[in-house]
Every structure is written in C-alpha cells, then in structure tokens.
Design a protein around this ligand. Structure first.
Ligand code: NAD
Length: 316
C-alpha cells in the first residue's frame, strides 16, 4: 500500500462531485483529484469542496489530468451520460460505452496498479467492458452494483417494520436497478428470519408485501430522478464506504458488481453477488446456499445481460 491515500475521480458532475464531498467529510483520503472533459467545472467543484476541508478533515481536493492516475490507489469512473426522466440505465449504454473506451485509453497511458471502481451506468455493462479492456487480476475492477439497491432495500424493510435500518440484514443481487432482487431467504432482523420476526410481532409478511418492497426499490432511482432530475447522495455514500474499506485496510461483505467466472453458473458478465471487498478490491465472491428460485432468477438475469452485452459490443 502506498502512503498517500489518493483517489482519482473521472467525471466531476453531480455524482463525481458528491463522492468527492462525501470523501472529505469521511476523511478517508489524503488527496482527491477530479478529472472532467469540462476542466473548468472540475476546477470549480474542487475549489468549492476544498474550501470546507480546513474545518473538517484534511484531504486535498484539486482538479487534474490523466497523469494523476499514475500514483493513485483508486480510480473512480463516474463520467458519462446520466438518465433523464423516463430513460432506463440501458438507454445510456451505447453512449457511455464510447465515453468509457476513450477514458480507458487515456488511463492506460499512466496506469500503475490502482483499483478501478465503476459507477457510470449501466454499471454492470461498463464494469464488464472496463474489466476486459484493462486485463487486470481478478477483483481489481468492480462496480458499485447493487450496493445502492441494498441500502435502499434496507431502508424500505426497516420502514415497514418500524425499526432502525441497522437492525435489518438483507441484500439485493443481480443487475443494478430494474433487474435486481432481494435474496429474501437470507434476510434477517438481528439474526431472526424476517418470517419469524413478523410472525411474533403480528406483522403481515407475504409475497405481495415482498413484491411491493422489491418493486419500490427497483424504481426508486427513477422516482428520485422524476422528483429532482438526478441521484447523487445515496451513491456517494456507498462509494465512500468502499473507498474507506480499500484505503484504510478494512474488509466487509457487500454486494458489488464484478466479472463472474462460473460462480452461480454465470460467466463473462459482471453482476452483483455477496463479495468480500478489502484493500485488494473484490477479494472473494461467495457461492451462497440460496433457494432454487433465487438461483434461477440470477441465472436468467446473467443470460439476458450477457446477450445484451455481446450485442452492444458487436454493435461498436
Ligand atoms: P453528470 O452529467 O452530472 O456528470 C457526468 C460528467 O461526466 C460531466 O461533468 C461530463 O462533463 C463528464 N464527462 C462526460 N464525458 C466525459 C469524458 N469523455 N471524459 C471526462 N469527463 C466526461 O451525471 P451524474 O449525475 O454525475 O452521473 C454520472 C454517471 O453516474 C451516470 O452514468 C449515472 O447514470 C451514473 N450513476 C450511477 C449510479 C449507480 O448506482 N451506479 C447512481 C447514480 C448515477
């Protein structure tokens, strides 16, 4: 591990700047570099964020160019088109594939061992592309995947049960957004299965309620975009957690997106499943014991996304 905890964020729009801001509050980094094709805007965001640092934390935030990648430990990709109201993440694929290809060719000129964390959407497609283009050891490229969906699910379940989110242990797997689903068979409330908890508290817990919660999680991003035009803070907090694990040598199990190589019967596409993330990136992918229906749902998502990826890549 190098001494300087340096993060490069490519794309200084709403998401990139929010990540930089959250990182300064968390104080997990020593240096944050913002790179954007609009250098002036990156400069303004960096100055604005940097001007709060003396009051809280010590990170140095500045804008820069791709040469900054050479001594960074994490490169975060947030550049590209964001969804407008009514668009799906897949609607961004063609344009964001092109943008990412150009960015990766710039990164490669200076690349010197950093982990690469993908946020740009569709995140599972872009993570697969970056993994293929970089050709790094397993786990060094990964996407935020369903970490945000998992956080959203935790909030919804906690709300339904009138508990604090910290009491709930549940997770979402699959493709970030519309094709994600919670692994209910492994969800607990402080160690009790949700079925058991609800039964003993006279709370209804059936397929209709689960379906309703699952659906609200899937469309939550779209709901936020329809209300305010963008999403930024939830994802920034998720990225902050991941950066803190990596730079400060901690490790935890989270659902993030990385290239599957036969796990859960899926190959050659990135999807989110429970994984250990530590200073090496995705250190281990778990093959958990789920219900048959949960396994089949993940496999269906894998087959369909893998086809879409091949079509998109052949198109270019
Ligand atoms: P934004 O439009 O505010 O910012 C995108 C930035 O990328 C802009 O500043 C633009 O100048 C820059 N950019 C575009 N092409 C570039 C290039 N070739 N080189 C360098 N910079 C370039 O969008 P946003 O709201 O910040 O969203 C960014 C991405 O993050 C989108 O793809 C969005 O869908 C995605 N996102 C992902 C999640 C997630 O959970 N994975 C959550 C929210 C948003």
């Amino acid at each position: 591990m190098k001494n300087n905890r340096k993060v490069v964020i490519i794309g200084a729009g709403f998401v990139g700047a929010s990540i930089a801001y959250a990182l300064t509050l968390k104080n997990s980094t020593d240096e944050i570099v913002l790179i954007d094709k609009n250098n002036n805007s990156a400069k303004g965001e960096a100055l604005d964020i940097n001007h709060g640092v003396s009051l809280m934390g010590s990170s140095y935030v500045h804008c820069g160019n791709y040469e900054e990648c050479k001594d960074s430990q994490i490169i975060i990709l947030t550049a590209g088109k964001h969804r407008d109201n009514g668009q799906t993440r897949m609607d961004l694929a063609k344009e964001n594939i092109e943008i990412t290809k150009n960015i990766i060719s710039e990164i490669k000129k200076y690349y010197n061992g950093a982990l690469i964390l993908v946020i740009s959407n569709p995140v599972d497609i872009i993570t697969t592309l970056v993994t293929e283009m970089m050709g790094l050891p397993d786990g060094m490229v990964f996407g935020s995947g369903t970490l945000l969906d998992t956080s959203r699910l935790t909030c919804k379940v906690a709300e339904y049960m009138n508990l604090r989110p910290t009491e709930i242990n549940c997770f979402v797997v699959g493709q970030h957004g519309e094709c994600s689903f919670p692994v209910w068979s492994k969800s607990t409330v402080k160690g009790l299965s949700i079925d058991e908890y609800c039964k003993s508290n006279n709370l209804l817990w059936n397929d209709t309620i689960k379906g309703h919660i699952n659906n609200s999680v899937r469309i939550m991003g779209a709901d936020i975009i329809s209300a305010k035009g963008k999403t930024q803070y939830g994802i920034a907090t998720c990225v902050c957690l991941l950066v803190d694990l990596i730079l400060n040598n901690k490790s935890t199990i989270v659902c993030v997106s990385s290239l599957l190589k036969g796990e859960y019967g899926i190959k050659d596409i990135s999807l989110s499943v429970p994984s250990i993330v530590d200073k090496n990136g995705v250190h281990k992918i778990f093959n958990q014991n789920w219900l048959d229906s949960e396994f089949s749902s993940l496999r269906e998502i894998g087959i369909s996304l893998s086809e879409e990826y091949k079509n998109l890549i052949n198109f270019h």
